[in-house]
Design a protein around this ligand. Structure first.
Ligand code: SF4
Ligand code: SF4
Length: 90
């Protein structure tokens, strides 16, 4: 059999898999514009967004990015937000 000890080791155990989770997209909330209607929370397929316990200058509980690594960048939340309080970048 040919191949280095490392190659043989990889054959037996498989290639190394990174522990890091790739960030697909980044969603951001303009907190001062949010009125806490939660439309974005309901439409998000990955439950990335949820209502925070803080109060914004308008007197509402704004949403927060609770699971940032879960965002797919689908922008459904951006489309439904009536107050243009969300942005998504990839
Ligand atoms: S872009 Fe899609 S996955 Fe990301 S927070 Fe908005 S609805 Fe959820
Ligand atoms: S849809 Fe817009 S205004 Fe409503 S909770 Fe989400 S970010 Fe706030």
């Amino acid at each position: 059999m040919t191949g280095s000890a490392e190659q043989l080791s990889n054959y037996e155990t498989g290639p190394a898999v990174s522990e890091e989770v790739a960030v697909v997209a980044k969603v951001e909330v303009q907190v001062e514009q949010c009125k806490g209607c939660q439309l974005c929370c309901w439409v998000c397929p990955t439950k990335t967004l949820s209502l925070s316990q803080t109060i914004n200058p308008k007197g509402y509980n704004p949403v927060m990015v609770a699971e940032p690594e879960a965002c797919l960048g689908c922008a459904l939340c951006v489309q439904v937000c009536p107050d243009l309080a969300l942005t998504v970048s990839k």
